[in-house]
Design a protein around this ligand. Structure first.
Ligand SMILES: Nc1ncnc2c1ncn2[C@@H]1O[C@H](COP(=O)(O)OP(=O)(O)OP(=O)(O)O)[C@@H](O)[C@H]1O
Ligand SMILES: [Mg+2]
Length: 226
């Protein structure tokens, strides 16, 4: 079953948030999802310890570079989707996770500095890809953007054009900067269980996460699980 890995050497770009949004969206479609929390701060385990984790999401902690391949391989036997969240720096753990992944997603924001860091991640992905039987699929994820594309700064548009020129696919639905996405880590649960009294613009946040998940499934050539 597909393994989706979130990576980027830059910290705070949205890897963990994107991993959780994907996991909760896929789980809402009745798929069993295993989140491999490969960040020594264990942000996903902390989320799982809050109230509201769906029963069909399991979080597995794995920070050992030598055992991460076994952990992912074992997880894919038990789940419809495996999502791996890596910490923000290059390591043997990243390389090994990529060896057994089906899709690498690299979240980024819209500055040139950011895209330089993302370029390092793409280099990493391409290097690992050479050592696999099948090339590794990969894509950039625009995260924490302005919700309205009309308001995107010109440098972000320039970066997107640069990625496309370099043959790097960009997931067409950006994950906007939304309080509801942040709130998942305070309140626990999913976008479906958050309450309008706790956080605003829930409907648009839900629509955003759902559209993003459809794009990821399309890239994987997977039909929606339901
Ligand atoms: N789409 C988003 N909308 C709103 N806030 C977001 C979004 N994505 C990330 N954030 C916020 O940005 C911060 C960093 O996000 P996150 O922890 O997901 O990044 P990361 O790449 O996993 O970081 P690290 O490198 O530390 O693991 C967090 O406070 C998170 O709540
Ligand atoms: Mg993280």
């Amino acid at each position: 079953m597909p393994v989706i890995t979130l990576l980027s050497p830059k910290g705070g770009v949205g890897k963990t948030t994107t991993a959780l949004l994907l996991a909760t969206e896929l789980a809402a479609q009745d798929a069993k999802v295993i989140l491999v929390d490969a960040d020594p701060n264990f942000p996903l385990s902390k989320w799982a310890a809050l109230k509201g984790k769906p029963d069909n999401i399991e979080v597995v902690e794995e920070i050992d570079e030598e055992t991460i391949i076994d952990t992912i391989t074992e997880a894919r036997r038990r789940a419809k989707f495996v999502i791996v969240d890596l910490e923000g720096r290059a390591s043997g753990r990243v390389t090994n996770a990529l060896l057994v992944s089906n899709l690498a997603l690299i979240p980024m924001q819209g500055s040139a500095l950011d895209s330089n860091e993302a370029a390092r991640a793409f280099k990493n992905v391409k290097q690992v890809s050479k050592h696999r039987d099948k090339p590794l699929k990969f894509a950039a994820v625009l995260a924490k953007t302005q919700a309205s594309e009309r308001l995107w700064p010109r440098d972000l548009k320039q970066i997107i054009a640069g990625l496309q020129e370099a043959g790097i696919p960009v997931i067409s639905t950006a994950l906007a900067d939304r309080g509801a996405f942040r709130a998942l880590f305070s309140f626990g649960g999913t976008l479906a269980t958050l309450k309008a009294t706790d956080v605003g613009s829930l409907a648009t946040a839900r629509a955003n996460a759902a559209a993003f998940t459809v794009d990821v499934l399309t890239l994987l050539n997977e039909k929606a699980p339901a």
